[in-house]
Design a binder for this molecule. Sequence first.
Ligand code: C5P
Length: 232
Amino acid sequence: MGKDVIIACDFASKEQVLSFLDKFTGRKPFVKIGMELFYAEGPEIVREIKARGHKIFLDLKLHDIPNTVKKSMAVLSRLDVDMTNLHAAGTISMMEAALDGLTRPDGTRPLLIAVTQLTSTDQERMENDLLIKEPIDKVVMHYAGNAAKAGLDGVVCSPLEAGKVHDTCGKSFLTVTPGVRFADGDIGDQKRVMTPAEAKKISSDYIVVGRPITAAEDPVAAYERCVAEFVD
Ligand code: C5P
């Protein structure tokens, strides 16, 4: 798996996502399907987008007891997605069970990526709500280390953390980074952002890009610009 741009298809319905994807008549982008679309349309939307020739990152962030996660991952694996994820907070044994469930009878499996601390969780909330008193950077790196120990393929992280994750967990441990904006674009509600070209420099493996592409006047041109800056 090489570097790639993943489009976050944060749409509420099948009609919206398919009319968006219809614009891409040439190269078929790698797309991320999140909870909103999955809960609205069910597994059929995954099959339909896959059948159109797209790679799929199914972003459902599983977090439950190991047995439940293992069985759920087996179901997701049969959907033939290319990448999926879970919360590292579910512990190493949950992550190991997830990998086990995700592995198909022929030994192949989708990539499995861990969420460390959500970017919506800051130091204060982590200390007060979760009673985790360590600095958040240390917690993120510890969770990334746990994911690597469990045999996962990588983590979702800020592009600003990608270099440190590679230093700690190895060059082949994947970093999947949202929070990407064009140098001349709107930041929106993202706080810490990087351009696709900067994300390439600090060796992110995959960038996840939503509104800079989905809300662009010409989404295909915006996607091609991301690819040109990040991959080519
Ligand atoms: O529109 P935008 O480019 O901000 O979309 C980024 C995508 O990445 C969204 O689907 C968002 O939920 C996801 N994401 C994020 N930050 C994280 C984890 C996921 O922005 N820490």
